[in-house]
Design a protein around this ligand. Structure first.
Ligand code: PHE
Length: 459
């Protein structure tokens, strides 16, 4: 153990070049398909505003604290998820979090790359003009064709793997930072344009009502679990991603400020995506509960109803694809950093091994839309199973262990030292509040929501 620790210190480890770099890369991980695809889909399926409200509570009392807890562990050790716990606690089994994280990242990437593949397919459709002027029925038909074909979606998914593997081989700073820094603002502007058009559609009001006027009667224990799972998925927490990113942060980066900004920006982007999608749902007569297809049905319709629609639509899908790259890279980074630093594989070899394994498992998710659609496990196809197991079980469990570790085992002085950059930041009150939340509120809330949502206990 000791030896390994020394070994790791000898190998020079990259860090982000600046505080802004840390925020940009962290945001690059958080922002992705979760905002533009999953957030509208789940909000639509689970009744709208009431779901959004519960989601926001989960972000504040579970999401942000767990993110900070991961930053603390990561920066303290400058190690990957498994190595970090080994450095801090030796052979005590805390490092199982790291293993769960590796598993979660494999499961998420398996279906995430499927959806990223759909996005890529839509880039070509948008640029080629085959989405121009279609009506609601046409939009449905296009989506069904993209997803239901037995071969093309697999090829798109493989292309996605190729792209992210090449980028990650270029290294932490060069690969991740540069891309996210330059392109996130452009995506943001495009979302603003999309919002303006959607909000001026006839019937937009009904969509806003759906998104912001809550009806709590529809909320069940499962809905609450799904909202919590979305918070974990959205903020890339509970599986070691933010721990790994924390490990690249510098000793003078302000962890609380970074986490706070990332959480706020991420939430704003999700809500903006919702404000583009839901007015369109009602204006064009789609079902709010359409689920995964929702983004792919509504967005083409919104852009089609404005001048230069084809140009904007193409840009939207191109940027959406780029946004998903940051998220995918951060997921791939979990097993890659582990194989490289713990198992001594060369970095590029680690990337290739990981990508090959995940691409094989991921084909099951992709083929759930066609030839494997009849295979159900616990009533779910592979795509839904990977999604449910990662967001609603593995990540919350990982988050629980991380919260318990930082709240109860790490020791208050080490936690305070990390949050205050060894005393150089004066944030005593915030540190105190954080410590209370991570000790009591976060672990208790996760436990209750998890047990209740899975039907193990009933309130
Ligand atoms: N947060 C990313 C998104 O919203 C997904 C993600 C999950 C990334 C877990 C990394 C780890 O798209």
């Amino acid at each position: 153990m000791e030896e390994k620790g020394n070994n790791m210190q000898v190998r020079a480890r990259e860090t982000f070049t600046s505080g802004l770099g840390a925020i940009a890369a962290t945001l690059g991980s958080a922002i992705g398909l979760g905002n533009i695809w999953k957030f509208p889909a789940l909000t639509g399926e689970n009744g709208g505003a009431a779901f959004l409200f519960i989601y926001l509570l989960c972000v504040a009392f579970i999401g942000l604290p767990v993110m900070l807890a991961e930053f603390i562990i990561g920066r303290r050790t400058h190690s990957n998820a498994i190595g970090a716990f080994k450095k801090l606690e030796g052979e005590k089994p805390w490092y199982v979090v790291g293993w769960m994280g590796v598993l979660a990242s494999i499961l998420i990437l398996s279906f995430y790359t499927t959806v990223a593949g759909w996005v890529l397919a839509y880039v070509f459709k948008a640029v080629g003009g085959s989405l121009s002027g279609i009506d609601a029925a046409g939009a449905k038909q296009v989506f069904d064709q993209v997803v239901g074909h037995p071969v093309y979606p697999l090829l798109w998914q493989l292309t996605v793997f190729l792209v992210i593997s090449l980028i990650i081989m270029a290294g932490v700073q060069k690969g991740i930072e540069r891309i996210t820094k330059t392109l996130l603002p452009v995506l943001f502007v495009l979302l603003v344009i999309c919002d303006i058009r959607a909000l001026t559609l006839p019937g937009a009001r009904e969509g806003l009502n759906f998104l912001f006027n809550p009806n709590f009667a529809e909320i069940t224990a499962l809905t609450v679990l799904i909202a919590m799972g979305l918070a974990f998925f959205k903020l890339s927490i509970g599986m070691g991603t933010m721990l790994t990113y924390g490990s690249y942060m510098r000793d003078d980066d302000n962890l609380i400020a970074t986490g706070g900004r990332v959480v706020i920006a991420d939430t704003v982007v999700s809500i903006m995506a919702g404000m583009a999608v839901f007015p369109a749902v009602f204006a064009f007569g789609f079902e709010p509960a359409s689920g995964p297809p929702l983004l792919f049905l509504t967005i083409p319709m919104v852009f089609n109803s404005m001048p230069l629609g084809q140009v904007f639509l193409s840009l939207f899908f191109i940027l959406a694809f780029i946004a998903t790259i940051g998220a995918m890279i951060s997921m791939l980074e979990v097993p890659v950093a582990f194989l490289h630093e713990e198992k001594g594989l060369r970095r590029n070899t680690a990337v290739i091994v990981t990508a090959a394994v995940i691409a094989s498992i991921g084909s099951l998710a992709t083929l759930s839309g066609s030839v494997l659609s009849h295979i159900l496990i616990w009533g779910k196809n592979f795509f839904d199973l990977f999604d449910f197991a990662s967001s609603n079980i593995l990540m919350p469990l990982g988050g629980l262990v991380i919260a318990v570790y930082v709240g109860w085992a790490m020791g208050k002085s080490r936690v305070a030292e990390e949050l205050s950059n060894r005393g150089s930041l004066r944030q005593d009150k915030i540190v105190k509040a954080f410590y209370f939340v991570i000790r009591y509120i976060t672990p208790i809330a996760i436990t209750i929501i998890l047990l209740n949502g899975l039907g193990i206990i009933g309130f």
